[in-house]
Design a protein around this ligand. Structure first.
Ligand code: DX5
Length: 235
């Protein structure tokens, strides 16, 4: 019986851009502990989205963790700005950092939670040298840049391999997945070893309020993985 606490982080990329404050407040009201804010530069990914100003605008509205996914080239240039804006965690792409070890060390020195993420085409070996520096590893289960894409099933084996590597190293840190998470794929990701799921279009959509969408995901995870009491708070 799995006992890890499963955390779902709604992604603002799928929220109503005309009402981001309301979306963040809705997440807090739904007892969400963290939201993921996708930052895109049109260079590292073929889309543009959010910047430090959005983080600064949302910070005073909610107490929940602001988890910033930096899909930008050389994110080292903006670490301080996002820290000052009120970020709680910064997740950088291995592929976007010339000096990944230094960038992750800088995030830690800013007093923020440190995250690294890799794209579907990137192997775990690319981040093995920095696993001791991070508080979370996020596995992209879509090619980054857009919400609403399909989950890339081949990443499930990557999650399993990463979980085993972390176990061997005695690193009890969460594995996150990001992209294409829904009622069908969420249980697969949890079964493979993910304990943090970023949900965009399955969380914020016109069908149901956020809380109900999240409940569906938690119940599906519990049903399929017989996870007792899926909690939506950090361990
Ligand atoms: C994609 C973003 C994801 C996206 C997830 O580049 O990093 O966080 O918002 O959206 P869904 O869950 O719809 O794939």
């Amino acid at each position: 019986m799995m006992s890890e606490q499963i955390i779902i982080e709604p992604s603002l990329l799928s929220a109503d851009f005309a009402n981001l404050g309301a979306a963040a407040r809705e997440a807090e009201a739904a007892d969400v502990k963290a939201i993921q804010i996708d930052v895109m530069d049109g260079q590292f990914v073929p889309n543009l989205c959010f910047g430090p100003g959005i983080v600064a605008a949302l910070r005073p509205l909610v107490k929940i963790k602001l988890d910033i996914h930096l899909m930008i080239d050389e994110p080292e240039r903006y670490l301080e700005e996002f820290a000052q804006a009120g970020a709680d965690r910064l997740i950088v792409h291995q592929e976007a950092c010339t000096h990944l070890h230094r960038t992750l060390s800088k995030i830690a020195n800013l007093g923020l939670e440190v995250g690294v993420t890799i794209n579907p085409g990137t192997s775990i070996e690319a981040i093995e040298e920095v696993l001791d520096l991070v508080d979370i590893v996020q596995i992209m289960t879509v090619n980054p840049g857009f919400g609403g894409q399909s989950f890339i099933n081949s990443q499930l084996n990557k999650i399993r391999r990463l979980k085993e590597i972390l176990r061997q190293r005695g690193r009890n840190i969460p594995i996150g997945v990001d992209g294409g998470v829904n009622a069908k794929t969420a249980p697969l990701a949890v079964e493979a070893g993910a304990t943090m799921l970023v949900a965009g279009s399955s969380a914020y959509n016109s069908k149901l309020p956020l809380a109900q969408n999240l409940e569906i995901l938690y119940q599906e995870i519990a049903r399929v993985n017989s996870v007792k009491e899926p909690a939506n708070s950090y361990a």
